[in-house]
Design a protein around this ligand. Sequence first.
Ligand code: BGC
Length: 351
Amino acid sequence: MKKIVPTLIALIGIGILSSSCAMMEFASRSDGKIKQIKIGVTIYQMEDPFISTIPDYIGNIAKTKELTKNMKITVNVMDAKGNQNLQNDQVDKFLAQNYDVICVNMVDRTAASVIIDRAKAANVPIVFFNREPVEEDMQRWDKLYYVCSLASESANLEGGIVVKIYQADPQKWDKNGDGILQYVILEGEQGHQDSLIRTEVTIKTITEAGIKLEKLSNKTADWQRTQAGVIMSQWLEEFGDQIEMIISNNDNMALGAIDTYQEAQITNVPLIVGIDAIQPALEAIKNGMLVGTVLNDAKGQGEAIFELAYALAMDEDPVENPQDISQRYIWIPHSAVTIDNVDEVVQTMGY
Ligand code: BGC
């Protein structure tokens, strides 16, 4: 951790722009003599609008590194399409083609042992990201790393946005004037480390600030916009304007809820808040449909993933003591996004 932190901080200032293509192979100059490294990336589901931005950031920083180090860096990105067997095959292919390091966004985060055992046998390090393997699996080898952002931190910030927005104008949001915010909550995939923690901590943060809440309903929409839209239609039918707040474990589902209000031509929407800061959510903040989100820093994560992969591919130890498992977890900080700083975030993320 100690060694990599200054590099990461330096990278955050560079401000590399994202490209639009999601499935791609990045490679450039090769004169047959310069040093070459190959990095394989497998993504649980490229249809996920948050996760699909990470390979772009990895590719951009790889291109910059190629130029500064005068070498060839191949970053090959595969879509596992929500299928763990397909992802295992993709890892096998990377290993058979002598990739130097593999970056894995697990389909099923509890199934990492198969991939780990194969990579360990071939002595190819793995950088996991976003979908956290269980600690027992992370203990299997000291060349396993994990890059992510802390779920509790994102939830604290999400709750904090609600507190600030509500307290600035309670009458606007407490539509029936009973001093209690009636809410619904859209939850992510049930097995995902972020879903449970975000749900719990966001609510705790709001109630601890002295705001009274009443839950009307909670449902999982598996991080997905369309599913969230369907659930929201049912809630609108069942609860109508009793709903004063919609908390969502991510932006994509918050956008699904907004779609439903727009289709129903209801303009007086409840207080809606999300997490991720994906591009359409930032637009929704600008047009007043979403009160805020939390930057789940895909760019910072992509850069950290690349820097780890690069160091490992160059046979360097990216941290001081890989035997200390805590050093192999790299946490990228979140920040709150509201109308006050949305333009700044659009710029930083290169949207
Ligand atoms: C994001 C979700 C995303 C999920 C994928 C979470 O951290 O907030 O938007 O669907 O990761 O694993």
